[in-house]
Design a protein around this ligand. Structure first.
Ligand SMILES: Nc1ncnc2c1ncn2[C@@H]1O[C@H](COP(=O)(O)OP(=O)(O)OP(=O)(O)O)[C@@H](O)[C@H]1O
Ligand SMILES: [Mg+2]
Length: 285
């Protein structure tokens, strides 16, 4: 399913002294099967923007079209929302049921699925996030932080969304928890789900996404492949963003006169590039 964001703007508390234009005339399209990263300095409007993608908030102006239909005027708003799953920042705060299995079954139950369908969707989702059966009857509050995050993600996956939108999915987790959740998201994408992920980590975005949107002060200021976006090292730094270490290192080496191809932003590619360059230099030359 395609999502088409057209001239979207959103203002909090309009007409009051607290008025804030959080999203300012943003347009882009999300195509089937993409893995899009959204980056930007704190307060740049990332969370506000993505909450429009499943009609959680209505734009002040502009529109969000899903398969050509304006999501905010659609008669099928509930069904469109189900097809676009949104995982909030710190989603584990919303776990509430007595058991993990009940929590994950909540969404399907809420839209009138049978008991069997709910259980089967929940089991499948729990397996997808790697929560083993011995945790399914536990209270969600007995789980570790990383497990709770995965249980909350399973709750959204149980609705079998075609598009998965995640706000800082790895925030606040320890390194192994981060790695686990990002691997799960990568796997979900590889099974065909379109993914939109907000992240503060340029390295995570560089590793996972095939397209990156950069937000600054409510505006979309860049939209391109990781190679395109991360070649703009100075522009990113001026926005207070730290490009991936490999992109920075490539830039510094270039400044010192080493001829390195443009568009390198992963350590593996940089290592290959250096090997090729240095391989061409004869010993003692
Ligand atoms: N509920 C709210 N009421 C009023 N203003 C808000 C609200 N939520 C966000 N804002 C303001 O809107 C702007 C954009 O905020 P938003 O949370 O969308 O940014 P963000 O890019 O997600 O930031 P972060 O990286 O810190 O999560 C900021 O100026 C913020 O202070
Ligand atoms: Mg945010």
């Amino acid at each position: 399913m395609g999502i088409d964001v057209r001239h979207l703007s959103y203002t909090y508390n309009p007409g009051t002294p607290f008025e804030t234009k959080a999203v300012d005339d943003v347009s882009f399209e999300i195509r089937d099967g993409e893995f899009v990263g959204i980056i930007g300095h704190t307060g740049s409007g990332k969370s506000t923007l993505i909450q429009h993608l499943n009609a959680l908030i209505e734009p002040t102006s502009g529109s969000v079209l899903v398969d050509g239909e304006d999501i905010n005027f659609s008669k099928n708003k509930t069904s469109l929302r189900r097809r676009i799953g949104l995982v909030f920042q710190y989603p584990e705060y919303q776990l509430f049921e007595e058991t993990v299995l009940k929590d994950v079954s909540f969404g399907p139950k809420n839209i009138g699925k049978t008991e069997d369908e709910c259980l089967s969707a929940a089991r499948q989702a729990l397996q997808l996030v790697g929560l083993s059966e011995d945790s399914w009857e536990k209270s969600p509050f007995e789980l570790s932080g990383g497990q709770q995050r995965r249980a909350a993600l399973a709750g959204v996956l149980a609705m079998q969304p075609e598009v998965l939108i995640l706000d800082e999915p790895a925030a606040g987790l320890d390194p192994s928890g981060r790695k686990e959740i990002l691997n799960i998201i990568r796997r979900i994408h590889s099974y065909g789900t379109t993914v939109v992920m907000v992240s503060h980590s340029m390295d995570d975005v560089a590793r996972l996404c095939d397209r990156i949107i950069v937000m600054e002060k409510g505006k979309k200021v860049m939209d391109g492949t990781p190679a395109e976006v991360f070649s703009c090292v100075e522009e990113l730094e001026a926005m207070g963003l730290k490009p991936p270490s490999a992109a920075l290192l490539a830039k510094r080496l270039k400044q010192r006169g080493i001829d390195i191809n443009d568009g390198i932003y992963t350590l593996a590619d940089l290592a290959d590039e250096l090997k090729n360059r240095l391989g061409g230099i004869k010993k003692g030359a």
